[in-house]
Design a protein. Structure first.
Length: 264
């Protein structure tokens, strides 16, 4: 992997537009039908878990991930036809990289930090955007139900815009993990239509923020572990408005308010 280390150090000193494609071609593996088949197989969660690999596309994303993940293979200088056949994206830009999946240790329920918990988020685009939100607000760990979308699916990886290099996403029995946190006196926040106005509620600088499923909100088993119920009020409060906010948007609003309190 030393040749890749040299190459990426070189790239950091130069803009991608300058000799990028030409130089990359000396360091990359030629793509074959078997490699294209492998890339497409990694669109499936079962294959990612079995092989321990995932796919990322685009120069900026690949450079960001290189700092935190082991690069397995890199394909650049592809023809338009090769890129169309190999890419998992609707609008492929290349290059395409295969990385090894990480092995992250789930944080302790007693961890002294602010953590996001996701209850069966289904849309990989929402999940990726939530990871970007967490990265922006300095949240380093997200704990999810096992039923939540896979962060290493192609769409989710692309949606993180490289934030997955700095934010660890874990999968577990979330209800049990939260019950452990609750037993240790941790504040567990959840968003509900009958919750307290977040702008008037006392918030702690550590704890766990639970965000619910796009259509069903927070499930009953997770709700039982919530200790603080929050509500994001519309403006003005008596105006007829949308039924709810997109979960990624709501996550951004809540994280912003938690971090704003730290600055006061």
């Amino acid at each position: 992997m030393q040749i890749y280390d040299f190459f990426f150090k070189f790239l950091k000193k130069r803009p991608y537009a300058t000799g990028y494609s030409t130089l990359f071609s000396y360091f990359c593996i030629m793509i074959s039908k078997n490699r294209i088949k492998q890339i497409h197989s990694l669109a499936r969660r079962k294959e990612r878990e079995a092989s321990g690999l995932f796919v990322a596309e685009g120069p900026k994303l690949i450079e960001d991930l290189r700092s935190s993940f082991t690069l397995e293979a890199l394909f650049d200088d592809l023809t338009k036809d090769e890129l169309q056949k190999a890419s998992l994206q609707q609008a492929p830009q290349g290059p395409i990289a295969i990385f090894k999946l990480p092995r992250w240790q789930i944080p302790s329920p007693s961890s002294d930090e602010l953590i996001l918990a996701l209850d069966t988020i289904q849309d990989p685009g929402n999940l990726g955007t939530i990871v970007r939100v967490a990265d922006w607000f300095g949240i380093e760990n997200i704990v999810c139900t096992n039923e939540t979308a896979d962060i290493f699916s192609p769409k989710a990886v692309q949606a993180t815009m490289g934030a997955i290099a700095r934010v660890k996403v874990h999968y577990t029995d979330l209800a049990f993990w939260l019950s452990e946190a609750k037993s240790q006196g941790k504040n567990i926040y959840g968003t509900f239509l009958d919750g307290e106005n977040i702008y008037e509620k006392t918030l702690s600088d550590t704890g766990i923020i639970v965000m619910g499923n796009e259509g069903n909100g927070i499930s009953a088993s997770i709700t039982r572990e919530v200790t603080e119920r929050l509500f994001i009020p519309p403006y003005p409060s008596d105006r007829e408005t949308s039924e709810s906010l997109n979960v990624a948007m709501a996550t951004g609003i809540i994280c912003a308010e938690f971090r704003r309190r730290l600055a006061i």
